[in-house]
Ligand binder design. Structure first.
Ligand code: KG4
Ligand code: ZN
Length: 339
């Protein structure tokens, strides 16, 4: 079954064709970063307008790259949650119209579950269930257990800011540039990560063993630099970036390693924009008892291949979404603890 995937939940406009949930035939991703950069963050109105302008051309490009005609598509899968409502509605409406006009099956899927499906699209990764998922983006920080593509249990979340949000807010405050996470990652390579010793949240016991918190770290970096200074002399912006990044990653690692220890699961799959972080990757690579799978950039960030990939499995077991289904800002596909 050749599934057309459509993804417009945030600031990436993407369309893909995936066969039988595993073979990527094409995966076209257009980023809107230059259009949001002047505002140091995603502007929802700009995002939905750009999706409206681009969605047809991006889908056409995905079909062209797959060397396929519209008639050869067997079904359509689209993200309808979570995300920016205006952005989601563009992809959702387009996908509905495509499916309706061709009279082919249509399924709306959860973007966060799809991130956990992404490594299944890399044949060499041999990513078997169960694994622990680390979903880290500008809007979410989730540590979960995946027993199947649609059987995901949340073990821990952030109790305040998402990790990517903390990167973005620190970068915005110090005018480091946009997008904050990628800029801080690069600056940190020339900084001294022990110049400041920023505080870890006290969240490592009982019910909070797998939870994280970033508001304390963010406040320390923005408002209390002098309090946490460990070295004499003047600091550079790179020192702030490196010290912040070190603590931000250690907060994630502590919760993740607790989850690995308690569940005995040794495969970790990372997804979302922050999974691109080089320090996070090198720290996890040092954990010799764990196997950490980081999808390549085009499958790690937002992309339509993961939507078509997971969509296939719902479609294959006969599930369909009604054409009057709407978009939602909330995650709905997880079991248990998700608020
Ligand atoms: O998954 P994503 O592309 O979009 C959503 O938030 O849904 O993630 C974007 C987030 C932003 O907060 C960005 O600053 C962060 O990922 N990010 C990074 C890096 N690249 C992107 N954070 C840390 N290190 C990076 N290299
Ligand atoms: Zn995402």
């Amino acid at each position: 079954m050749k599934v057309l995937g459509i993804e417009t939940s945030c600031d990436e406009c993407s369309a893909a064709v995936v066969e039988d949930g595993e073979k990527i035939i094409s995966n076209v991703i257009a980023t809107q970063i230059p259009f949001h950069a002047p505002w140091n963050g995603v502007v929802p109105e700009i995002a939905s307008r750009k999706h409206t302008e681009w969605i047809y051309a991006i889908t056409k490009e995905a079909l062209d790259k797959a060397n396929m005609k519209v008639e050869e598509i067997d079904a359509v899968a689209v993200t309808n949650r979570p995300g920016l409502l205006g952005s989601l509605l563009v992809g959702l409406s387009f996908a509905k119209a495509f499916a309706w006009s061709r009279n082919i099956p249509f399924i709306a899927v959860d973007h966060m579950l799809a991130h956990l499906y992404a490594p299944r699209l890399i044949p060499s990764a041999k990513c078997e269930y169960p694994f622990l998922g680390l979903l880290v983006s500008g809007g979410h920080t989730i540590i979960c257990r995946a027993d199947n593509f649609d059987n995901i249990t949340v073990l821990g979340t952030t109790i305040d800011d998402a990790v990517g949000e903390a990167f973005d807010k620190v970068a915005k405050f110090y005018n480091f540039g946009y997008p904050g996470g990628a800029v801080i990652d690069k600056m940190a390579q020339n900084g001294d990560s022990s110049f400041f010793n920023f505080p870890m949240p006290s969240l490592h016991k009982g019910d909070h063993r797998y939870d994280v918190s970033y508001s304390g770290l963010k406040n320390a970096v923005i408002n209390q630099l002098d309090t946490f200074k460990k070295k004499s002399g003047a600091h550079t912006n790179e020192d702030i970036a490196a010290s912040f990044q070190k603590t931000a990653v250690q907060i994630l690692l502590r919760a993740l390693l607790n989850a690995a220890e308690d569940t005995g699961i040794t495969t970790i799959v990372a997804g979302g924009g922050v999974a691109a972080n080089s320090y996070l990757r090198s720290c996890l690579a040092e954990q010799k008892n764990l196997r950490c799978i980081f999808p390549p950039q085009d499958l790690c960030g937002d992309n339509a291949a993961m939507i078509a990939g997971i969509g296939y499995h719902y479609l294959a077991r006969g599930e369909r979404s009604p054409l009057n289904i709407t978009a939602s800002a909330r995650v709905t596909g997880f079991k248990k603890k998700y608020p």
